[in-house]
Write a protein that binds this ligand. Structure first.
Ligand SMILES: C[S@@+](CC[C@H](N)C(=O)[O-])C[C@H]1O[C@@H](n2cnc3c(N)ncnc32)[C@H](O)[C@@H]1O
Length: 255
């Protein structure tokens, strides 16, 4: 089953989700790019930062979710189009190609890198960021519950995000001829509100799982999931701390 995205739910933690995008794109040193593309751009709010930085550029937000593209279409300064990043082709060589928090949704995405890098103009920049937190309780608890009866039979083959370490992207992009830097950062997000880690994961990584469950089973799954997440991420007097490791790589194609 294809899952759907909710721009509103995703944007609830817009501040926290925006931070890695800023850290990623700060390392792109393009001066005057003509064609800028954001692949898996989501609601387009972060893509708009690229348009603000390079006001002369044509800035394109590409996403496969109709809900996200509809939302990005309302953002000034960018053009939003529906497209699958596994197949999408640019109409001209790309000067800056960004893909932030999207490649983890594409199984086998290392195989896509040659095609993405081939889109770059000489001197063009490629910048990617993926989560590196798949062993954290926020994912481990979901996996464990999903493997149990009575849920397992409904959740086989359901989409789930996955990614590699920084060294893997560094090597893969270097082998494609880019000058690359790669790094990782663990953010300590301090979240507030009821069950904030559940709210976070149900906007992203756990979304396909929750949507694939029948109505009769979803409430029970959610109840146990929420309780286990509360135990794993206890409330402090300042809120709930969600450690979130992210992996970054930025490369430049030589002129
Ligand atoms: C976690 S959101 C990230 C959105 C945005 N880049 C950001 O940083 O806020 C992941 C986005 O990737 C998109 N996506 C997932 N698989 C895709 C694919 N194969 N082609 C295009 N977009 C895809 C989803 O629709 C979703 O909008």
């Amino acid at each position: 089953m294809e899952h759907t995205w909710s721009p509103e739910q995703y944007l609830r933690f817009g501040e926290e989700r925006g931070r890695p995008f800023a850290d990623l794109t700060a390392r792109i040193r393009a001066v005057d790019p003509a064609h800028v593309v954001d692949l898996g751009a989501g609601p387009g709010t972060l893509t708009a930062l690229l348009a603000a930085r390079w006001p002369e550029a044509q800035v394109l937000a590409v996403d496969s979710s109709p809900e996200m593209v509809a939302r990005a279409g309302q953002v000034e300064g960018i053009t939003a189009v529906r497209g699958d990043l596994r197949r999408w082709e640019p109409s001209a060589p790309v000067d800056v190609l960004v893909t932030n928090a999207a490649l983890q949704w594409v199984p086998g995405h290392l195989q896509l890198l040659p095609r993405l890098v081939a889109m770059l103009a000489p001197g063009g920049w490629f910048a990617m960021q993926v989560p590196g937190n798949f062993d954290e309780p926020s994912h481990a608890i979901r996996r464990e519950l999903a493997a149990r009866a009575p849920y397992a039979e409904h959740l086989r083959g359901v989409d789930h995000p996955d990614a590699h370490d920084a060294g893997t992207y560094l090597g893969a992009l270097q082998d494609l001829g880019l000058e690359v830097e790669a790094w990782e950062t663990t953010y300590l997000h301090v979240l507030t509100g009821p069950d904030p880690v559940f709210a976070w994961v149900s906007g992203t990584g756990a979304r396909p799982t929750l949507q694939a469950l029948p109505e009769t089973l979803r409430p029970g799954f959610e109840r146990t999931f929420r309780a286990r997440l509360r135990a794993a991420y206890p409330e402090t007097e300042h809120g709930v701390v969600l450690p979130f490791r992210r992996v970054f790589a930025v490369g430049r194609r030589p002129c």
